[in-house]
Write a protein that binds this ligand. Structure first.
Ligand SMILES: N[C@@H](CCC(=O)N[C@@H](CS)C(=O)NCC(=O)O)C(=O)O
Length: 264
């Protein structure tokens, strides 16, 4: 098992009264004797203080380079959340082509990311980021519910276009439509989805559009049109953040990761 330790020194300790509310959450407990997940309420203890030990997180390993992070946008979303909240973490690289026994014990579905929070292994980036928000509310990253789905059709339309073998099947236009809608939204509401500050929805969408740019550039010789200038500057802002640079996959891994979908 490969391990990378990352220590973050600075941590914002302020929490506003708004962040002191308790909201119930759900964790997944896994059992060796039962392949299904069981859901049960989890009381998340809120804290502005970072954990004394780095949070362990199992992530996809690179397909091309030993001991490097791989190309999973859901994993990057969680790593971005940890980075933006200045939480120390320790990645455990998992070769998803040859899943080790220790990994299948903590993640019976065999999926990354899975993170250890208070001794429990929690899968799914939606669940993980919600728990991190509740447990470590500062700086706040929650996106208001009415904005949380902005841009959410971009990833599926990207995959449709990437997999398409027929240039006239409308998949390119479907993607362009979604990107234009998002560009117009940013023009009115930007620079980020929730206005002036980055939030959870950007941390989810950013890695997906990073994959889109690399995969479509490689397999379709396609690029986001320059006319979508609000989207272009949004991507530039996100991709140049330190958190993004620290957690991004290598382009060659993104290309390899999508190959089975393109050639399959
Ligand atoms: N809904 C999950 C999706 C996680 C997911 O699909 N992860 C992929 C890698 S990006 C995975 O582990 N796939 C299992 C495999 O490739 O065997 C989340 O948001 O965390």
């Amino acid at each position: 098992m490969s391990t990378v330790r990352i220590q973050v020194s600075a941590c914002a300790l302020s929490a506003t009264v708004n962040h002191l509310r308790y909201r119930p959450n759900y964790a997944v407990s896994t059992s060796r004797f039962n392949d299904r997940f069981t859901f049960r309420p989890l009381r998340v203890s809120m804290s502005s203080v970072p954990p004394s030990e780095p949070l362990e997180i199992a992530v996809k390993a690179s397909l091309t380079t030993p001991n490097k992070l791989g190309d999973c946008p859901f994993t990057q979303r969680v790593l971005l959340t940890l980075e933006e909240k200045h939480l120390p973490y320790e990645t455990k690289l998992v070769d998803l082509r040859n899943k080790p026994e220790w990994f299948l014990e903590i993640s019976p579905e065999g999926k990354v990311p899975v993170i250890n929070i208070d001794g429990k292994w929690v899968p799914d980036s939606d669940v993980i980021t919600q728990i991190l928000e509740e447990k470590y509310p500062s700086p706040p990253l929650a996106t208001p519910p009415e904005k949380a789905t902005v841009g959410s059709k971009i990833f599926s339309t990207f995959i449709g276009f990437l997999k398409s073998k027929d240039p006239n099947d409308g998949t390119e236009q479907a993607l362009l439509n979604e990107l234009s809608i998002f560009n117009d939204y940013l023009k009115e509401n930007g620079p980020f989805i929730n206005g002036k500050d980055i939030s959870a929805a950007d941390l989810s969408l950013g890695p997906k559009v990073y994959h889109l740019e690399i995969a479509l550039g490689h397999y379709k010789k396609w690029a986001v049109p320059d006319s979508l200038n609000f989207l272009k500057s949004y991507l530039k802002d996100i991709f140049s953040r330190e958190s993004f640079i620290n957690t991004r996959a290598q382009p060659e891994d993104v290309i390899e990761g999508w190959r089975p979908k393109v050639e399959g």
